[in-house]
Design a protein around this ligand. Sequence first.
Ligand SMILES: Nc1ncnc2c1ncn2[C@@H]1O[C@H](COP(=O)(O)OP(=O)(O)OP(=O)(O)O)[C@@H](O)[C@H]1O
Length: 227
Amino acid sequence: MPETVLQLKDANIYQADNLVLNNVNVELQKGDFVYLIGKTGSGKSSFMKTLYGDLELTEGEGHIVDFNLRGLKEKDIPFLRRKLGIVFQDFKLLPDRTINGNLEFVLKATGWKDKAEISERIDAVLNKVGMGTKGFKFPHELSGGEQQRVAIARALLNEPELILADEPTGNLDPQTSIEVMEVLQDINKNGNTILMATHDYALLLKYPSKTFKCDENKVFEVVQRKS
Ligand SMILES: Nc1ncnc2c1ncn2[C@@H]1O[C@H](COP(=O)(O)OP(=O)(O)OP(=O)(O)O)[C@@H](O)[C@H]1O
């Protein structure tokens, strides 16, 4: 039976007093790979921020994993984020520690204590993104594509029910974007659910999947024509 991991119903998304997206109806099922596209300023980031509790949902309904976005309390946000894996355009790795150190930091912050289990989990996620031999490096010693793979590994640490990727290839050249996209496709094939905001239409053509578009304050599904 399909399992709903995200459902927005008649949701209105605001930035300050500005209505950015009006009457949003979107649903994602476990195992989906869904794109969110739209021009700069069309509201993709606002949409994503609402999903991880950075923007409050004040109108309409919103359920993500097993959290109700309406009335989400400040104290619930860390628990929501533990069920999500979030990947940003600018990687957001801590510059002062190695890749292993970055991943260990997240695990310890989310309650992991056993050294052997921590080390095993770090190896497992780095291997999933093809970075198994790079754990001793510092972020600045890696290319942009490698840093983004590490960021994806970090998102996988706590076996998230949904991965939110906001322009994950936005800082990468076309070839590296494809390499990172291959990693996202692989982890989706292994059962991870992914929502990816992007304005890279070349990726959509190469890896077609269900697509929602933000335009003129609306979000609607677009159907790609087969050429
Ligand atoms: N903190 C803020 N306060 C007020 N308005 C904001 C804020 N952040 C974004 N906006 C406005 O909300 C609208 C949507 O912005 P948003 O960042 O969601 O778009 P986007 O589609 O993600 O664009 P980009 O691709 O450039 O990141 C824009 O008009 C933007 O100016």
